[in-house]
Design a protein around this ligand. Structure first.
Ligand SMILES: [Zn+2]
Ligand SMILES: [Zn+2]
Length: 124
């Protein structure tokens, strides 16, 4: 098992995945994952950096820290452009003009622009 796989197992366990779904996601056998988990019981909840695997010191102000530092965070997002896209952009249809538009980070936007938003609120 590679260090990357161990990090992935660790992170997926923290996210609440079962050994069999971890195994399926990583292309390992469920037995391998189970025996790894058995040998490495969960200690206190400590996350491993998704990029370099270093332990992330818990930050009480931020619950979901995935990276140990900004450099790792940027390196990871740079090497996973599809994840950035999935997380940040939603293709939506403007409820006023019907045009498709991209909304950054907000899937509940109704209008493509401020003009459509204002126009939709005018009676008649
Ligand atoms: Zn790191
Ligand atoms: Zn519009």
């Amino acid at each position: 098992m590679t260090p990357q796989e161990q990090i992935a197992i660790h992170n997926m366990r923290l996210e609440g995945h079962s050994p069999s779904s971890i195994a399926a996601a990583l292309g390992l056998s469920a037995g391998t994952v189970r025996s790894y988990i058995h040998r490495h019981p969960m200690g206190p909840v400590v996350r491993a950096c998704k990029q370099c695997g270093r332990t992330i010191l818990p930050d009480p102000r931020r619950r979901e820290k995935l990276f140990c530092c900004d450099a790792c965070r940027m390196a990871w997002w740079n090497s996973h452009p599809e994840a950035v896209h999935r997380r940040a952009y939603y293709t939506l249809t403007c409820q006023h003009c019907g045009k498709e538009f991209q909304s950054y980070g907000n899937k509940d936007r109704k209008y493509c622009c401020r003009a459509c938003y204002v126009a939709s609120r005018q009676p008649g």
